[in-house]
Ligand binder design. Structure first.
Ligand SMILES: *Cc1c(COP(=O)(O)O)cnc(C)c1O
Length: 352
């Protein structure tokens, strides 16, 4: 605490990102990164970007990137907003659409950055408990609110709602923004993007970090009606007109053009997830049904923290969230096949 901080800064409780260990020898299964490197086209596009041009500001509207992404998801460029990672896009969205005195709703277990944004932007919120089986309770989003935020598929549970379920929530909240955070949608869930034509209150947020292997490049998107996108641009242009740099625009554009290859890799990760889930269940683990590139797992008679430490000592880093219900589980990112072999071997050793 410093006497130079203002009152707001003194009151913040920042989000704690997953550890980025220095050692490359560790099997890193803690922050849901993609195990495969960016495709060759992405590397070529960044290498070919003219370094001399870095003296110039980038396109503030990221026009080429927005147009390519719009075509990829089947909307118009006016329906797309681009930011410096989807965390920034989410921050702009909270600041644009939600406010004090009108509590927004999100599940009690979901992406833990949302309450941090609420404190930062001074937005009130209430949480809706997940059901006993860790699925989202749709009926909990029918009450009076100032907006709704859903991670779909949910993190850290990995469980997805169908597009019909999302539509139910939209129908129940015609006068509020319903924000669907689809960070993991490419690993097997249904996207809500086709609903934006019918629901002007729907904002879908996606990222290149997980599916497109570009967590280090920082590119995220929002997709919604032109009026929602215009609101985001008003806030962005009151804060930072150039959130996406030239290299990021070039690399992300190439990644979108390479989506066929990238989606094939996402399917490979989903297949690895299935294999690992089957193996863990046969060892007696409870594995939540995931549509993402991670799984939440629990062993009936293990001390979860002790298992976490054991894996760590054996060179495998996973994530252990504290808190009621999820504190009994470990979240494990799906890595490549050899990473997962090492993980399964270590787990088997631990429980025997
Ligand atoms: C990883 C993640 C994000 C942030 O992604 P970036 O685009 O890398 O900022 C947002 N929401 C959820 C649910 C995530 O898991």
């Amino acid at each position: 605490m410093s006497r130079f901080w203002n009152e707001k800064t003194k009151g913040l409780e920042p989000y704690i990102p997953g550890e980025q260990p220095k050692s490359k020898k560790l099997v890193k299964l803690n922050t849901n990164e993609n195990p495969y490197p960016p495709t060759r086209a992405v590397r070529d596009a960044i290498a070919a970007a003219n370094c001399g041009d870095l003296r110039l500001y980038p396109d503030p509207e990221a026009t080429a990137l927005r147009e390519a992404f719009a075509k990829y998801v089947g909307v118009k460029a006016e329906n797309v907003f681009v930011g410096n990672g989807s965390d920034e896009v989410l921050a702009f969205a909270f600041d644009t659409f939600f406010e004090k005195g009108k509590p927004i709703l999100f599940p009690d277990i979901c992406y833990s950055f949302y309450p941090v944004y609420c404190r930062y932007f001074e937005i009130d919120y209430e949480t809706v408990p997940l059901k006993e089986d860790f699925t989202v309770d749709i009926d909990g989003f029918r009450k009076e609110n100032g907006g709704v935020v859903i991670t779909n598929p949910n993190a850290p549970t990995g469980i997805a709602l169908s597009r019909d379920d999302i539509e139910e929530i939209l129908k129940a909240n015609p006068n509020r923004v319903v924000l669907i955070d689809e960070a993991y949608v490419k690993f097997g869930a249904e996207s809500a993007v086709p609903l934006i034509e019918t629901y002007p209150n729907l904002l879908v947020v996606q990222t290149m970090s997980k599916s497109h292997s570009l967590a280090g490049l920082r590119v995220g998107f929002a997709i919604g009606s032109a009026e929602l996108i215009e609101g985001l641009n008003r806030v962005k242009n009151s804060f930072n007109s150039y959130p996406v740099d030239r290299l990021a625009q070039a690399g992300a554009l190439a990644a979108i053009e390479d989506s066929a290859v990238i989606e094939k890799r996402c399917r490979r990760i989903a297949a690895t997830r299935q294999g690992v889930s089957v193996a863990l269940r046969s060892m007696g683990f409870d594995v939540l049904p995931s549509k993402t590139n991670f799984i939440m797992i629990h062993y009936w008679n293990a001390d979860t923290e002790a298992m976490f430490q054991y894996l760590r000592e054996h060179g495998i880093v996973v994530r252990h969230f504290q808190g009621p219900r999820i504190g009994d589980y470990l979240r494990v990112t799906i890595g490549n096949r050899s990473d997962m072999r090492r993980f399964l071997d270590a787990v088997e050793e631990y429980i025997s």
